[in-house]
Design a protein around this ligand. Sequence first.
Ligand SMILES: *Cc1c(COP(=O)(O)O)cnc(C)c1O
Length: 217
Amino acid sequence: MLQDDASQRLAAVQTAIARAAKIADITLIAVSKTHDAATIQPLIDAGQRVFGENRVQEAQGKWPQLRETTSGIALHLVGQLQSNKADEAVALFDAIHGVDRPSLVTALAKAMDKADRRPACFLQVNIGDEAQKGGCPVAELPALLAEAKAAALPVAGLMCVPPAGLEAAPYFALLAKLAREHDLAGLSMGMSSDYETAVTLGATHVRVGTALFGERA
Ligand SMILES: *Cc1c(COP(=O)(O)O)cnc(C)c1O
């Protein structure tokens, strides 16, 4: 990616967030999955420091080197996580957004104790109760949250990916309501096509890939 393109895209997304924002402190997670280090570096040079990846192995392949040359990089895991990758995820990431089942809560708690490192966790909710979609069913959120608290997982908030092809606003509003009910401050919602709507409805973390990097191959 050209440095000018990176700077312009970053400024455009930052401006749109600021315009829609109700709260001052919104974290823009630049989702760099599938993109190589050469594509990511211009965004780092433009000042971006928070990045998101959806695969542990892919992130292990490119981020240790990128982090060597720039301090203050924060890495968020935004995709599904298998319990057998919990140790690696805890070692590499500063936040984990896909916590959606009791077995993963247990695996992450164990990995955090072992590593003595505690990345912030977002509980992923299957907000449209769709078949074949990641996230815990809405009705099971109270039980999952209780498990996470019992395991002393550092729960930062809730995360969702609304159903494709439908208006996202009602789903964002529902996630915000669930977070309020459970006294959770963090709301990870909004992607390239709907991050401004998400921010309007209270997002604290938006996960933006395409609008910053262009289309994925
Ligand atoms: C890929 C991905 C994003 C970014 O999507 P864009 O539409 O490219 O902005 C956000 N969240 C998750 C969970 C993703 O997998």
